[in-house]
Structures are given as structure tokens and as C-alpha cells.
Design a protein around this ligand. Sequence first.
Ligand SMILES: Cc1ncc(COP(=O)(O)O)c(C=O)c1O
Length: 380
Amino acid sequence: MLAAMDLGDPVDLDWNATAPLLPAARSAWLDAYDRAGGNPASIHGRGQAARELLDASRARIAGHLGCRAHEVVLTSGGSEANATAIAHALSEGGPAAALAVEHSSILRACRARVDSVELPVDGDGLADPDMVADRIPPGCRLVCVQLANNESGVIQPVAAILAAVRARYPDIHAHVDASQGAGKLAWAFKDLGADTLAVAGHKLGAPKGIGVLMVRAGCRLRPLIHGGRQQQDRRSGTEDPALAAALAAALDHHAAHREAEAARQRDLLAGAFATIRAGAPDAVWLGAGAPRLANTLLLARPGFDAEILVQRLDLAGYAVSRGAACMAGRGEASHVVRAMGIPPELARSALRVSIGVGTTAADLAGFAAAYLAITASAGR
Ligand SMILES: Cc1ncc(COP(=O)(O)O)c(C=O)c1O
């Protein structure tokens, strides 16, 4: 029995739920509070110091994400950015279309609209640009496409999908949820063909409580939050220069380390999966046929119950998840694996293993051994 073998800190293999705060983001955050704790809307010197830091951080964020500084609207996170874009695009009604594997902050908002459609993906979780364009209903106001999936890590061909959609519906509002793709992947907002795009800071090592809604110049965003007209009246509420500085620092970190880290993480997960396959030839890597984030392994083994595996792995010192963190405890296969058409016996066993800059080879060797031991002793 592996339970509670090691009573040290659990090994965090759930970075897609939230990534630990990067040291560079932490020090930028604290330093900014000390240097520029004023309200950037105040006209006195303390306010202006905060404004200067905010503007400089906004420009750095824009530089990293391939847009202009005034296209960056700071939000509280990915959900708020998604909600703002959807409310804007659907403010005059009309159906919406979203990939069936989108995050619940997209799907639940779109499902609230009559005639909205969910767009299919293939067995690897990948959407086909022409099929997406074919399935969009007439009169559709909004199409939502995610950059990378939070459970499978599958990366969608966003630019190709949006080009196919725009060829038929030039005026449709195109929104991209890049909550899992920012920092981990190199891309530029200006190249995707999107009107709006969401980023979640805590998924890339910035603090919780900061995100970005990128808004294409020329798109007159209707605000979701009204008040003091901050951010050109696109999102009211006092801006926090310290959070913006932390996000900029986290993006600096990814720009410097992205490629080496991706190669390292890809190797770590491939090694862990090879070990698991050697001991359990029926183990499956879901979404393996599609381009994927280097840090994500969606691991399944027919007949096992993922809920039980998560609990037993936790006792053994490994934090993994079953679907999105916000869907945990539901006792059913996630909408993502269901949309991929995974048979129920396999779908209910799917575990998400997601890693990051702090993950070591020893962490994954330990995880692979624990997974094999637990599945050898657990009933199917
Ligand atoms: C793909 C995706 N979109 C949106 C969100 C929501 O982001 P936040 O937690 O910052 O609201 C998440 C978080 O789980 C996500 O994975």
C-alpha cells in the first residue's frame, strides 16, 4: 500500500489548475507595491508613479503577446475576460458558436443563448477549420475558439479556423480563449485574426487576480463592469500596477525560457508515459495525435475510476486532477473527453498530469511508479 508513504510536500502535477507563483513575478509584485502603491487614476505624484509603472507594464505585456498597449484591457482573470468578450459580442442577441471542448466560462455563457451551437472536435480533440465554418449557424454573432485545452493540452489551429470562418462570415466576432496558451506558447494576437482574446495570469506563474482581455483596435468593446471609466471605459475598477508588473515579469520569464522548458517538459512526460506503458500496456495518452502543450499528459487506463485514482495518488504524495479543477467532484467524465468521443470505460479513468518549470525527473519517476502500483492494487 502506497498511502502516505512520504509525508513531505505533495508533488504538484496540476499546473494547469494554477501554476505556482514564479519568483520573478513575486518580487516584481512586492517591489511594485512598495514603489507604486497609489491609485493610477489620481493626479498627484503618488498616483502618477503608479500610472507610470502601470503603463510600462502594459507595454511589456503587449510586447510579449503581439499586440499594442492600448489593446490590453486588464481583468481579474480568464473567466472575466471571456465573460466580457461574450457579453459584448452578444449584446444585441444572436446565436453563438463555440468548440465543444471550451472551458465552462465560455460554454455556459454561450449555452444561455438560444440556437447556440457547439462545434465538434475529432478523437484527438482537434477542430477542423472547414468543418467549423460549415457548422456555424446563419446569423451567428460570435465564434469562440480556444488556443490550448486545459485538460488535454491540445492546441487548435486558431488562425486557420478563424480564416475559414471569416471567409464566410466577415463580420462575426471572433474570440480566442488563450488562458492555457499564454506564456507556454509563442504567438502574436495580431496574427490570429481574433477580435478579442483572453489570458489568465495565474496559469503562467503570475498571481491570481490578474488577466487580460485583448481587444483589437477598432473594436468598440461594451464594458461588462461600469464605474470610473478606467481603461478607456472598457473595464471600470481601480487598476493594480503591482499585479500588472507581476504579469509582465512572468511573461518575461517565459520569453527567456520557453523553448528550453518546453523541450524539457516534453521529455519528462514522454519518459513517464513510456514507464507507465511498460508496466501497463493498456494505458493511453488521450489527444496524442494532435499538437499539444509540452506540459500536459491526459492519461487513461480502461476500467479505472479517475476520482479514486486522484485520491490515492494524493495520499501517495502526487497532486493530479481529473478534468478541470472547477469540475472536480462531479463523478462523471469531463465534457472534454466526451467531446473527443472517448468510450465511457476509458473516459472515466482520464487523469490530467500537468507540469511546469519546477517539475523534476524524480517527480515524474515517482509519479509513474505510484500510478503503476496504485492501478495494480486498485480494482477496475
Ligand atoms: C482554458 C481556460 N479558460 C478559462 C479559464 C478561467 O480562468 P480563471 O481561472 O483565471 O478565471 C481556465 C481556468 O481553468 C482555463 O483553463
